[in-house]
Design a protein around this ligand. Sequence first.
Ligand SMILES: Cc1cc2nc3c(=O)[nH]c(=O)nc-3n(C[C@H](O)[C@H](O)[C@H](O)COP(=O)(O)OP(=O)(O)OC[C@H]3O[C@@H](n4cnc5c(N)ncnc54)[C@H](O)[C@@H]3O)c2cc1C
Length: 415
Amino acid sequence: MDRFDLAIVGAGAAGMFCAGIAARRGARVVLLDHAARLGEKIRISGGGRCNFTNLQGDRLERYVSADPRFARTALRGYPPARFIELVRSHRIGFHEKHRGQLFCDDSSERIIAMLKAEALGGEVQWRAPCSVGSVSVREGGAGVGHDARRFVIETDAGTLETGALVVATGGLSIPKIGATDFGYRLARRFGLKVVETRPALVPLTFDAQHWGPFADLAGVAMEVGITASAQLAAPRFLEDLLFTHRGLSGPAVLQISTFWRPGEAIEIDLAPGASLATALAQARATSRQQLSTVLGELLPRRLALAWLAHQASTMPRLRPDARIAELGNRDLDALCASLQHWRLEPAGTEGYRKAEVTLGGVATAELDPRTMQARAVPGLYFIGEVVDVTGWLGGYNFQWAWASAFAAANAVTPG
Ligand SMILES: Cc1cc2nc3c(=O)[nH]c(=O)nc-3n(C[C@H](O)[C@H](O)[C@H](O)COP(=O)(O)OP(=O)(O)OC[C@H]3O[C@@H](n4cnc5c(N)ncnc54)[C@H](O)[C@@H]3O)c2cc1C
């Protein structure tokens, strides 16, 4: 039977990173993954350019968890600047795209190659593709602490034994590239609680019947303000919205999907900023144009026309061909309110098939925030997305993968 200091299940972002650090510090590390192609989520991330961190990646309020303070220690212990330094040392070109989001200049493959090179430098043993079966514990070896307790892992490439086991199998999103519930099942088998999971950073869908008036807007994109008004903790995001055939997508909707709960409404400001009321009042004072023409200059024209058509039943004076000069204050106020407080109730999400991440996961109360070790199971660690810590859109999820992996690697290779 092969013996290791550390076995890591899941060779994604967190697993590869953890393996490299621990192995370079002298640990005998084996990295197991059932997929033939490693780092697939990194490859498809950030539209193929991997938004590998965010300059504000150590800001705790950018992460969602049942315990919002849990991630603090790990994020402080390995802030974005450390990963940026590593990326620079591998001469990977990158740029800031939007609000601190850092992307590779050429391709996500550079980050995968960097993680592989770091792991190879430490002589990590790779077992992939390799199916991981049962995991059991053998107590009472000769040593103390981790040495006294060994994990025995059955795989289709043989049985192996390890002092420490790190679970880095990620969340449930994108099953077709290898996502499974392995980490959650293992946690439960060891008696650890798992916070209910659901898809996040995911497009929202609407009933065909309710979406009818907007279905023709597929492709329209614009900046909006968005919030999940029933959730007091939900921030208001100012991001781009994209109309699709089935509903809404784009960064604004992906962000709010993390906070939205089924049965609740979201609220969208289609004209963020204070200028809409002023612009309409000015147009009324100075022009004889039709309402559709005026609104078509303030909003994407297709949206302006669909909006007026949609409002016609409830606000008949706001006809597209009405002269703006003939409308009263109440008409314009009603129009502004409808556009700036658009409340709508999604029917659901596009699910794990399209979600970038999984909310929930191994309960943080079960883990030591300094090491990611299960409090009740010495030697067993959970890192990355499998843990109940979910970042906003914008590089935060990779930053959590790096920071939690670093914490665990430190713990299994002290000194
Ligand atoms: C389309 C898309 C785009 C994204 N873009 C970004 C972005 O730009 N920036 C950002 O910060 N985040 C992004 N994310 C989220 C980010 O990819 C994840 O949060 C991150 O990869 C999580 O790292 P992880 O190591 O925990 O899990 P993963 O990277 O998902 O790795 C898990 C590994 O475990 C393996 N595994 C699973 N089950 C088993 C099993 N039973 N046996 C053996 N191996 C198993 C999988 O094959 C996989 O290799 C994106 C996600 C998606 C889907």
